[in-house]
Design a binder for this molecule. Sequence first.
Ligand code: ADE
Ligand code: ZN
Length: 326
Amino acid sequence: AALNRFIQAMPKAELHIHIEGSLEPELIFELARRNQVKLPYASVEDLRAAYAFTNLQSFLDIYYAGASVLLHEADFFDMAWAYFLRAKADNVVHAELFFDPQTHTDRGVPFAAVIDGLRRACDRARNELGIQAELILCFLRHLSEEAAFTTLQQARPHRDKFVGVGLDSSEVGHPPEKFQRVFAAARELGLRAVAHAGEEGPPQYIWDALDLLQVQRIDHGVQALRDPVLVQRLREQRIPLTVCPLSNIKLCVFGDLAQHNIGELLRQGLVATINSDDPAYFGGYMNQNFVETFDALQLGAAEAITLARNSFEASFATHADKARYA
Ligand code: ADE
Ligand code: ZN
């Protein structure tokens, strides 16, 4: 209980949160009513009952259906604001939010409605909650390279509203090399780069995210331990892994938390962090991820401090903000 209070009180950065994955069933139903969108679920309970996943794809199908209620700038604001209130309660002081513009623009939602609603919530989180908040635009890897280029083009007039690009959605069969050119174009714009790799996919996808996409962090990366040479590189170059323990259990990457490898990643000297991924779907926000993982793996205050320090080191915060929490 003392450890849980310590974890709760500790300032931390969240670096792997899909803002569409923070959409709680209650808000999905509220937005469906507000926007007159018909949902294939009768009630909040009915929707929640569908949250039984066997792998990444089984989750993504429901996650994209949930996002269908988001139509207007205010909807994106409301979703992100609800997340920031929840993050504040967990003492998250810095957050980098992934968003998936293609999920919305493919339904006819203007790119500006998406990014302006999210950015307004970020600015308000800074001013009213003291949370430093940034946006990272993710390309959906199950879609084409051409579609990713179109999205980057739509984003260009909004260059000052987000700090980086990422790569998410269905991993296996959509390797990093498919997006090598679009990531080069994004880096030319001065954007940071991250990518999901080694969630379900092989260690080679982590190598390719580093060498072909030149990313600064790996999202998930838990499959890295299958390749000792890769582990050595991640350690020596201090390449952060944004690990999401409850997500990995819900998507059956590990059988249960006691089998999760985050303790081993830390013992091997990697810059691992704990994050919530899609908290509305996976059963917990930041502190829930920490507390359940620490309990299952019998980790203690030393590991909590390491994880919090890692989260600031791995962040795209300014040097001044990083120094405040070092
Ligand atoms: N989009 C939302 N959550 C994701 C995850 N865990 N992996 C890949 N794409 C995602
Ligand atoms: Zn993710």
